[in-house]
Design a binder for this molecule. Sequence first.
Ligand code: NAP
Ligand code: ZN
Length: 388
Amino acid sequence: MVSNFYLPVEVFFGKGATQKVGEVARRFGFKGLIITGRRSSKENGSLQRVLDSLKKNGLQEILIYDKVKPNPTDESVNEAARLAVEEKVDFIVGLGGGSALDAAKAVSIVSSNEGSVWDYVKYPEGARLVPFYNRPVICIPTTSGTGSEVDRYSVISSPMRKEKLVVSHSLNYPKAAVIDPLNTLSMPPELTAITGFDALVHALESLTNRAQNFMAEEYAIKAIGLIARWLPVAVQEPDNLEAREKMSYAAMLAGIAIDHLGVAFIHTLEHPVSAHYPHVAHGAGLAALAPYITQYNYEYNKEKYALFAELMGYGNEAYRAVDALINLIETLGLPKNLKELGVEEGILDRLTEDVYMLSRHSFLVNPREPKELDEIRELYQRAYEGSL
Ligand code: NAP
Ligand code: ZN
């Protein structure tokens, strides 16, 4: 087996790294567009820190697009892309959680090529258009979860279609990631738990799915150990900078792992949930699904699930992976089933159809390949009721 490793993102990591943004951005031109969420980057001071660094490096012409909502929409990506084109910006800074970073990367593609963002998302048969150009993007995460700062994915929602799909292309990597744990200190415990659980599922799914890459798996393994040790601490002690630093690092490692290995059914089944219920945070949806899907999968890659259980501190038997997840969800106060998230039983058929229509390419990647669509329907039912 041949494994490859490719990471075209320059990473700056550490407390105070935000001060570097101006120095990095100046390489890309004079005029920039910051893409961020509606409130948190203003409230926690990270936006001001970015602006100060840009100014200090002589970059005065900076526009701000601050309308990105969680589970970012095609409409906001297209709107920000029009702004980037009209204003002829040289570079883009994504500042915020995964939603702002994903939007910033997609804006880079859409503002540099024809069409709109939905032309670039991947259906099972591929994307409608292939991009040829991009604008330089610098990603500054303020959550520790998605790993978007180092990967080629942008997850975008279409409220009109009720679909959540992924732009995945080598032109969708940021040029640089500025990872400053200080920017995550303002996350409340619930958000820390939700985003940290996302990072854990990235590491779990990349390690256990059917893609193979021994180099990238090392990143997943390291991430699981760090998350098991530090996520509960970061949730209980929001000001613990060591825990914040370890979580930012783990999220980045898990991002590198999914960039090379992809994810699996926990993500595949989550996307239709937050597509139909945009108030559902990605990581919360993952928590409501993870134990049931792990129960379905673990016998199909016993070695890796046993390794996961061991790294989580549960001995090295594959079935213990389920216990590790259930107990962590309990400890962190994450949702235990889909019902708790407000998902209605009547929509489970539709979610199942969406998995088939939008993501059936993942059937061959998940550790266990379903033989019937009923297996997916059954998984949704179990996750809805909370029965293993
Ligand atoms: P998010 O959706 O970016 O943000 C969730 C909420 O947290 C927002 O209300 C945001 O407020 C707030 N927030 C962000 N940083 C904060 C901070 N430091 N302090 C206080 N509040 C803060 O959350 P996320 O979990 O990071 O990103 C989820 C999105 O990323 C989903 O759309 C998911 O599908 C996608 N995703 C992408 C990848 C990938 O590989 N690219 C992987 C996994 C998930 P404001 O809106 O006011 O800023
Ligand atoms: Zn995720």
